[in-house]
Write a protein that binds this ligand. Structure first.
Ligand code: ATP
Ligand code: MG
Length: 254
């Protein structure tokens, strides 16, 4: 049976035909079932962000096909994809609008795919949902709906970004080292929130991390990239018994 997300033979070379030619994605193929939480690891420059950027439609592949729920969306542009593919970035300032309030940011996310005005109006009817979702974070943000985004700490912003990215359940959630800029305590908190939201709403997710402990502790499947190639896939069963030592060893011997 077809998988929910099918990444079929993604290839990308930067600087083709020049001395700087760099094969960044080389025949990458894998799939995810609905509600799968996939984790991607690999050294610097392995091609992880390039893969996520191409899934978001920000980067044009040389070849390859992307299917979501049996629909071929290879030619669908970033804006259209953003209706059903959401992202949280490494930089806490990137996912949210700094001079808008928490409520306005959530209203913007809630309108995803609908026609947007310049500054979103916050509908009174939507407030209970926004409050409910913020309360789940347990950071007291449900009482700060009118606070400007840029008055929040990096961890609080990442938490709100996660709520925004999951508010209208996306087909695919992309997380590119979204905890890397946070202090260790906040990293743990945001990682736990991520897992909680992904599980509660059954969101199909791909997360890049350099944290081997997170790669072992979270997610259902693991993909190791090295020099643009998918060198190892750890399936659901094997992932249950994966240890940091085994993973470190598999990555170290590449
Ligand atoms: N727009 C671009 N033009 C040219 N080369 C690029 C471009 N984007 C990425 N690259 C190159 O592609 C390779 C893979 O980069 P990518 O950002 O995907 O790596 P990564 O696995 O995310 O690394 P990191 O762990 O450091 O974030 C690198 O060699 C990088 O220099
Ligand atoms: Mg990267």
């Amino acid at each position: 049976m077809d998988q929910f997300i099918v990444i079929d033979d993604f290839c990308k070379t930067f600087g083709k035909g020049t001395v700087k030619e760099n094969k960044v994605l080389s025949h990458i193929s894998f799939g995810l079932d609905k509600a799968d939480f996939g984790v991607i690891v690999g050294g610097n420059g392995a091609g992880k962000s390039t893969l996520l950027n191409s899934l978001a439609g920000e980067l044009k592949l040389d070849s390859g096909k992307l299917m979501i729920d049996k629909q071929d969306i290879t030619q669908t542009d970033t804006t259209k994809r953003s209706v059903f593919i959401s992202r949280v970035f490494q930089d806490p300032t990137l996912g949210t609008a700094p001079r808008m309030t928490i409520a306005q940011n959530l209203a913007l996310a809630y309108k995803r795919g609908q026609k947007r005005g310049f500054k979103p109006s916050v509908k009174k009817d939507d407030l209970p949902l926004f409050k409910k979702r913020l309360k789940q974070l347990d950071l007291g943000l449900e009482d700060r709906l009118d606070a400007d985004m840029d008055s929040l700490s990096g961890g609080q912003r990442q938490a709100v970004s996660l709520v925004m990215a999951t508010l209208t359940k996306p087909d695919l959630l992309l997380l590119d080292e979204h905890t890397a800029a946070l202090d260790p305590h906040t990293q743990r908190l945001v990682m736990q929130l991520t897992d909680q939201l992904v599980r509660e709403y059954g969101i199909t997710t791909l997360m890049i991390t350099h944290s081997l402990s997170d790669a072992v502790a979270y997610g259902d499947k693991l993909f190791i990239l090295n020099h643009g190639e998918l060198v190892k896939t750890v399936d659901r069963e094997s992932k249950k018994s994966l240890t940091i030592d085994n993973l470190f060893h598999s990555m170290g011997t590449l």
